[in-house]
Design a protein around this ligand. Structure first.
Ligand SMILES: *Cc1c(COP(=O)(O)O)cnc(C)c1O
Length: 306
């Protein structure tokens, strides 16, 4: 990102385009689903069930994958059905999913279990895709993403990535050990306390390492998480996200989203200004997707101010 590097006057910035992973506007969940759906297939599943928020990118990519591979799909979404269908929710409908609305996260797990049992009883052979695609199988998508990245030959000192359910960062941490990437992975917490996210990422990375027969143990202090930029709460756009979305668009013609990549990019920009990186560092921003949320109408008036 030469133009953005120049206006920020900091390290050399690069971007990895996982907003182009190919499944219905792309995103990081596609790499996880590649492995999760292999498991669903080998279990003889016919229906995918998963859960998330109204504008969940994970649910949208799961719904698209279900359509692509011929599964039925049931989404358990937390929140209220909005008047207008837009962003990811509009796409979920196009993929022909069934949606079950639940009030809050407390209700969610009970309804999710009941939905699974019901589908089993109906002979629909359900497969539960975990929240955010983040279980040890999903993590492998990002373990092998690091192999791809290492093969691409960019000698980056830092990988900066939005981190939430932790599977993406866990895969990167494991991939780093297996494929010999020597730089650092910095997870920008989107909505979680630092110590909670470090623990979650460490647990996922350790469990995933066993699945592929390369057991390795990760401790929370092995995991770099910055949680200074999530205080506003999940999905709440601040001046930081707004500025980041504007700068990426104006100087690189690149789109980032209000919830995840906007938050991570806002953090990256602030950390550059604070002198966190050396001038000759090479910093890779790992774009994890999320673009349909740009078109959820609750953000439009915040992104463009006239
Ligand atoms: C889910 C998501 C993330 C976070 O990934 P996790 O593996 O849940 O930590 C980051 N960016 C976008 C756009 C996402 O949809």
């Amino acid at each position: 990102m030469p133009r953005l590097s120049k206006v920020l006057g900091g390290p050399q910035l690069f971007v990895k385009r996982d907003d182009q992973t190919g499944l219905a506007f792309g995103g990081n969940k596609t790499r996880k689903l590649e492995f999760l759906l292999a498991e669903a297939q080998s279990n003889g599943a016919q229906t995918l069930i998963t859960t998330g928020s109204v504008q969940s990118n994970h649910c949208r990519q799961t719904a698209a994958a279900a359509a692509r591979f011929g599964y039925e799909c049931i989404l358990v979404l937390t929140g209220k059905r909005p008047e207008q269908l837009n962003g990811n929710l509009l796409l979920d409908h196009l993929f022909g999913v069934k949606i079950i609305w639940v009030k809050d996260q407390e209700q969610r797990d009970a309804i999710l279990n009941a939905t699974f049992e019901h589908a089993t009883a109906e002979g629909k052979r359900p497969f539960l895709v975990p929240y955010g695609g983040s279980n040890p199988i999903g993590v492998l998508g990002y373990t092998y993403a690091i192999e791809e990245f290492v093969d691409q030959g960019l000698d980056a000192n830092w990988l900066v990535v939005a981190s939430s359910s932790g599977g993406t960062q866990a895969g990167m941490e494991l991939g780093k050990r297996i494929f010999g990437y020597r730089g650092k992975v910095l997870g920008i917490s989107v909505d979680e306390e630092q110590s909670v996210l470090q623990q979650r990422v460490a647990n996922l990375a350790s469990s995933a390492s066993e699945i592929i027969g390369r057991p390795s143990s990760f401790a929370p202090h092995d995991i770099l998480v910055n949680a200074d930029y999530c205080k506003a709460g999940y999905g709440i756009m601040t001046e930081r996200e707004r500025e980041a979305i504007g700068l990426f668009a104006k100087y690189e013609g690149l789109l980032i989203d209000p919830v995840y990549t906007g938050r991570a990019a806002g953090a990256l920009i602030d950390l550059i200004r604070l002198g966190h990186f050396k001038k000759d560092d090479v910093v890779l921003f790992w774009h994890t997707g999320g673009l349909p949320a740009l078109f959820a109408d609750n953000y439009q008036s915040l992104i463009i101010r006239e």
